[in-house]
Design a protein around this ligand. Structure first.
Ligand code: CMC
Length: 429
C-alpha cells in the first residue's frame, strides 16, 4: 500500500493522487485540481487551523489523546521533577540538555543581562497608575526593539544569540517593573546573586530590606510553573510569533505579538478568568448552580477544556502537586475548596465527560499565583515570562527553515463585488 491518497474531482472527473508524508497531505497539491467552469484552483478551508500543520517542528511533542508533553523528547514530568527553568530554556532553544560547563555559561549570560536601559524604566513610568501589567509588558517588549536596532539582523547568528539571551534575561525585569508600577511601588533592580525565579520574587516583593531571600519552597514552585509553561507547540501565541516573525521582523517585535496573543482570556488570560470565576461562585454549595449555568450555555467553566488534550492535561497533574507545596508555606486558600468541588462535580457530569473537558494547566495555576500574593492581572504576565523561551525556540526554528515563507493564508471572499461608488449625499439610509 503506497502512502498516497486517490481522489476524484467530481466537477471535472479529474483524478488526482496526493502524496501522504508524515500523515499529512500538502494543501498546495490541491492546486492541480481546477474548477472546469471558472478555472479556479481547489483550496482547503480551515478556520482556526483545526486540522492544518503549519510547520515541521522538533521542539515540543504533544499527544493530546494520551496526555503526553515532551520538550525536545524529554517528558515534562521528568523535567518538572529534576530540572530548572533555565536549563529547560537552554534545552528548548539549543535542542539538547547543556553540559555542566554550558549550563554555567548560559546561566551567567542570562544573569548578567537582566538590567534594562533606564529610558525603558521612564517609558514604563509613563503608563497610567491602573495600567494592566500585561499591556505594559506587551508595549515594553516591543519597545526593546528600539534599544537594539541590530536585532533586525536575524541571519547573523552571533547577533541573534545575543538577543535571545537578552529576551530571556529581561522578561522578568519588565514583568516585575509592570507589577511594581501597578502597585505604585518603586521598581526594584535585579539581584544577580539569586536564581532566575528567586530574582523575580525579589523584584516583586523586596521593600526596605537590604537583601531579599526568597523562601526556597516558593522559589522552586515558581520555577516548576515556569518549566510547565515554557512551550506548548503551535498554540495561539506561538503561531502569532511565527506569523509575525515570518515577515523577518526583529525578535522583540515578534515576541511582543506572542505577548499580545497570550493576553486574551481564551489563552494566557484563562487563569485570571478562573480566579474571577471562583470568587464569583463564592462558596462550595453554589457549585451545582454554577455548573447548571455552564451546561445551559450561560457560562464557561474556565480552566477546563483544551483544543488538543482530550483526556487530561499532564501539566494540570503536576501543578496540583505544586499547589500542596505552596499551600504548606502560605496556608490554604478558601478558593481551593471551591476549585476541588468544581473539578469533582464536572468530572462526574455527562456534559463535561462527553465533550472530553478536563482541567487544564490554568485551573490550578491561578490558585498558586494567588497564594504567592499575585494580583490576577499578573497571571498572564507570569505565563509570558517562561513562554518566552518556547517562543524563541520556535522563532529560531522558523527563521532557519528553508520551507518557511512569509505567512499569508487565503480567504473565501463572500462580500459584494463590482459596486459603483455613490457620493454620500446620494446614499439612502
Ligand atoms: N466550559 C463549558 N463548555 C465548554 C468549555 C468550557 N470550558 N470548553 C469547551 N466547551 C464545550 C463547547 O461549548 C462545545 O460544546 P458543543 O459541542 O455543545 O457546542 C464543546 O465543548 C467543544 O468546545 P470548543 O469551544 O469547540 O473547543 P475548542 O477546542 O475550540 O476550545 C478552549 C478550547 C480551551 C478555547 C475551550 O475549551 C475554552 O474556552 N476553555 C475555557 C478557557 C480555558 O480554560 N483556556 C485555557 C486553555 S489551556 C492554556 C493553554 O494551553 O493556552
Amino acid at each position: 500500500m503506497s502512502d498516497s491518497l486517490n481522489i476524484t474531482d467530481n466537477r471535472s472527473d479529474e483524478p488526482a493522487e496526493l502524496e501522504i508524508t508524515d500523515g499529512t497531505i500538502r494543501a498546495t497539491d490541491l492546486l492541480a485540481l481546477r474548477d472546469p467552469k471558472s478555472g479556479g484552483v481547489l483550496r482547503s478551508y480551515d478556520p482556526a487551523f483545526m486540522n492544518t500543520a503549519s510547520c515541521r517542528s522538533a521542539v515540543t511533542f504533544l499527544d493530546g489523546e494520551a496526555g503526553v508533553l515532551q520538550y525536545r523528547g524529554y517528558p515534562i514530568e521528568q523535567l518538572a521533577e529534576s530540572s530548572t527553568y533555565l536549563e529547560v530554556a537552554y534545552l528548548l532553544i539549543h535542542g539538547n540538555l547543556p553540559t555542566d560547563a554550558e549550563l554555567t555559561k548560559w546561566t551567567h549570560e542570562v544573569t548578567t543581562h537582566t538590567f534594562v536601559h533606564e529610558n525603558l524604566k521612564s517609558f514604563m513610568q509613563g503608563f497610567r497608575y491602573d495600567a494592566h501589567p500585561m499591556g505594559m509588558l506587551l508595549a515594553s517588549v516591543g519597545a526593546l526593539s528600539t534599544f537594539y536596532p541590530d536585532a533586525k539582523e536575524i541571519r547573523d547568528e552571533q547577533i541573534r544569540n545575543s538577543h535571545v539571551v537578552r529576551l530571556i534575561s529581561k522578561m522578568p525585569t519588565l514583568a516585575a517593573f509592570a507589577y511594581r508600577h501597578s502597585r505604585g511601588m518603586p521598581y526594584v533592580y535585579p539581584d544577580n546573586d539569586l536564581s532566575y525565579a528567586g530574582n523575580f520574587l525579589s523584584m516583586i516583593y523586596k521593600i526596605a530590606e537590604l537583601k531579599y531571600q526568597p523562601d526556597p519552597r516558593l522559589e522552586r514552585a515558581l520555577d516548576i510553573l515556569f518549566i510547565l509553561h515554557a512551550d506548548h507547540e503551535q498554540n495561539c501565541s506561538t503561531t502569532a510569533v511565527r506569523t509575525v516573525g515570518s515577515s523577518q521582523v526583529d525578535p522583540y517585535s515578534a515576541i511582543a505579538a506572542g505577548v499580545a496573543a497570550l493576553y486574551g482570556p481564551l489563552h494566557g488570560g484563562a487563569n485570571e478568568a478562573v480566579l474571577r470565576m471562583l470568587r464569583r461562585i463564592g462558596s462550595r454549595d453554589r457549585v451545582p448552580e454554577f455548573i447548571e449555568g455552564v451546561k445551559s450555555g450561560d457560562e464557561r467553566l474556565m480552566g477546563f477544556g483544551h483544543r488538543v488534550y482530550k483526556n487530561f492535561d499532564p501539566r494540570a497533574t503536576i501543578i496540583k502537586k505544586a499547589c500542596d507545596d505552596v499551600f504548606e508555606v502560605t496556608g490554604v486558600s478558601p478558593l481551593l475548596e471551591i476549585a476541588v468541588e468544581l473539578e469533582k462535580t464536572a468530572l462526574e457530569d455527562e456534559y463535561f465527560v462527553s465533550r472530553k473537558l478536563y482541567p487544564n494547566v490554568d485551573f490550578y495555576s491561578g490558585l498558586i499565583y494567588e497564594a504567592l500574593g499575585m494580583p490576577v492581572e499578573m497571571f498572564p504576565v507570569l505565563f509570558a515570562i517562561p513562554r518566552t523561551s518556547g517562543w524563541i525556540a520556535q522563532w529560531l526554528e522558523m527563521v532557519d527553515d528553508p520551507e518557511q515563507k512569509i505567512a499569508r493564508p487565503r480567504q473565501i471572499y463572500i462580500g459584494e463585488r463590482d459596486l459603483d461608488y455613490v457620493p454620500a449625499s446620494q446614499r439612502k439610509d
